[in-house]
Unconditional design. Structure first.
Lengths: 272, 211, 211
């Protein structure tokens, strides 16, 4: 902050930029202008040279200093950001407001009000800077005071309470057994000749990716199930059911050219 | 330790109460137990860490936090009798899937039963996850391998399962006939001769549970 | 919860000294602050966590480890005057830019504040990285949207921020009373009240801090 104030002084006092010392100062200024946090920051820095209470600061003087700063910066061919120039224009306007008698037809804020607001903004910014410094100077966790170095785990024991009653268990079993009772007698006896839908689904899912084009449903009947009539029928029925299931899931397309014609299926195009 | 006291010290050591306070803060903030030497090195010149530890230990007696010796070091630890406060028991009710209930029911009624038998009864394959879940819950356990080709493992229910359902014995589970008699089976199956044979099941149960 | 029913003392709470001991153990075990409610939930039935905290706070006074209020919670922290002993535990502080520190202070003192308000106070635009960083550090959080045109989001400080700077709450920020008295936490100078909309920050502040 001190260095910058110094450079600021050099600039606003208007020393000859042609001297070697001024050139060095100008070089430093280029860096320092980058270091400013916008036009309000420059104004705050400038206002410090007045060494008065920010509330009693002369905005007129400040405006003049700022305009001089912008002029000098331009003379030194320092690229100034647009907001610095906007501030310069606004301050020039404020200056004219403060110098000229108030226009009775203008119902906007008076020059004094605008000046008071600017002074307030500067004071507030300065106050926030002080507050920030005070905040950072406080005792800080991990620097001045410390939390427990080896926290013990306060564990949450999750007890999963399974919500099943003995009735549900019994009913589930009963459901299974009564389903058994409805099962056709023949199938119970010929279980090894029954191709289940699960088996059919497995087989179809495995094969469908490889047969690129339409293929006959009957071509999916596994080897060993074609000779025996009962087995073939069981496999065909299961595959048919599986085909319907896969079509429902949107995995395959089905096609049949006419009544009792062979049923063809193919993998559905993957969405792009 | 006493040599420090004999040292011609430029700055006199802090009073013992202050040293105790320092030890307390150090042991609180450190992430590992600290030895007397480590404590001594951290304290200002002329302090007596060992003595301060004695004082601190005494002060902590009967408190919620005690000074404990851990190996070569010292650490602050919550009093062991309050350990239960560090645990919160949360009950999360969980519904079992239909597959899990059915599998569990089959195991309960047919105990011990192989996976193939469970699949036979359910008519669909049993995922390993379902069995794992039931075993994890402590309701199903692995039983002896069956003396049939392949020597498949069998599954049975645990005492925990019985306790949960308030059963003395898996045989206490009602059979199909009783269920129907009690009106617990709403569907009346067509009476197919030879099928309506609840004895088969009961026999198996009788045999299998008397081990 | 069921453990309470098993307690031999069915409905009588443990003596206050015991409650204090429990609170001490709980707060010692964790490094994060716990609210009175969280403590209460951990204690056996009939305990008075708030009362026990008062006792514990008193007992810790002048000790190496103190009981501190942090936002809504309570935590044990080493006494700040002993920080110098803990060089080994000290974390290398994150170097914050001037812009970040100022932005943080503005958010803390003007909480909740919109980005436009921060920019108005600093006179420069707030780079997105600054707020991201502060949020990332866990010191700044998004607040409720403001009920003004565009419904801008607001920023506020977190309990973690309070914990880091050892503040009980945002009212304890250094110099905040003086700043408010001087009208420096308002959006307009005191003399210009009525010219601009005096509601904005002022009212919100009053509401937030006077609870």
């Amino acid at each position: 902050m001190g260095d910058r104030d110094q450079n600021q002084f050099d600039l606003t006092r208007g020393e000859d930029p042609q001297t070697v010392a001024a050139r060095v100062a100008a070089e430093a200024l280029i860096v320092d202008v980058d270091g400013f946090e916008g036009p309000l920051d420059v104004l705050l820095t400038l206002s410090r040279t007045q060494k008065v209470d920010l509330r009693k600061i002369s905005i007129l003087d400040l405006a003049q200093q700022y305009l001089a700063f912008v002029e000098r910066a331009k003379a030194l061919r320092i690229e100034l950001a647009a907001d610095y120039l906007v501030m310069a224009a606004w301050l020039a306007f404020l200056k004219s407001r403060l110098l000229l008698p108030p226009d009775p037809l203008d119902d906007g804020p008076s020059g004094e009000e605008m000046a008071a607001h600017l002074a307030f903004q500067l004071e507030r910014l300065a106050a926030m800077r002080d507050a920030a410094a005070q905040l950072m100077a406080r005792d800080q966790l991990g620097r001045d005071f410390f939390a427990r170095g080896m926290p013990e785990t306060v564990s949450k024991i999750s007890i999963v309470k399974i919500d099943v009653t003995v009735m549900e268990l019994i009913q589930a079993y009963a459901r299974l057994r009564t389903r058994d009772e409805f099962r056709p007698f023949a199938m119970d006896r010929d279980r090894d000749r029954v191709f289940t839908m699960e088996q059919a689904l497995d087989r179809m899912r495995g094969l469908i990716g490889f047969s690129g084009d339409w293929s006959d449903l009957s071509s999916f009947v596994p080897p060993g199930w074609q000779e025996d009539g009962l087995a073939r029928r069981s496999a065909t029925a299961a595959l048919f059911a599986a085909a319907l299931e896969l079509a429902r899931e949107g995995k395959i397309e089905l096609r049949q050219t006419g009544l009792f014609e062979p049923l063809h299926l193919r993998q559905k195009d993957q969405p792009q | 330790m006493t040599q420090h006291l004999d040292d011609p010290v430029l700055f006199s050591a802090p009073p013992m109460a202050e040293q105790e306070r320092m030890i307390e803060a150090l042991l609180f903030a450190t992430s590992d137990p600290m030895t007397v030497k480590e404590l001594q090195d951290r304290l200002p010149h002329g302090c007596d860490a060992a003595q301060a530890l004695v004082h601190l230990k005494k002060r902590c007696e009967g408190r919620g936090v005690n000074l404990c010796r851990i190996g070569e070091g010292w650490a602050m630890r919550t009093a062991p009798d309050l350990g239960y406060l560090m645990q919160i028991e949360q009950e999360t009710p969980r519904k079992l899937s239909r597959a899990a209930i059915e599998t569990l029911a089959i195991i309960a009624y047919h105990h011990p039963v192989t996976r193939a038998q469970i699949e036979e009864i359910r008519g669909v394959s049993v995922s390993k996850g379902t069995l794992d879940l039931l075993i994890d819950m402590g309701w199903v356990r692995l039983g002896r391998r069956k003396m049939t080709p392949g020597r498949p493992v069998t599954f049975g229910v645990t005492d925990e399962f019985l306790a949960h359902f308030g059963l003395e014995n898996a045989r206490d589970l009602p059979g199909i006939k009783e269920l129907r008699a009690a009106g617990l089976l709403d569907s009346t199956p067509p009476s197919l001769d030879g099928l309506d044979d609840p004895d088969g099941l009961d026999d198996t149960q009788a045999q299998l549970f008397d081990d």
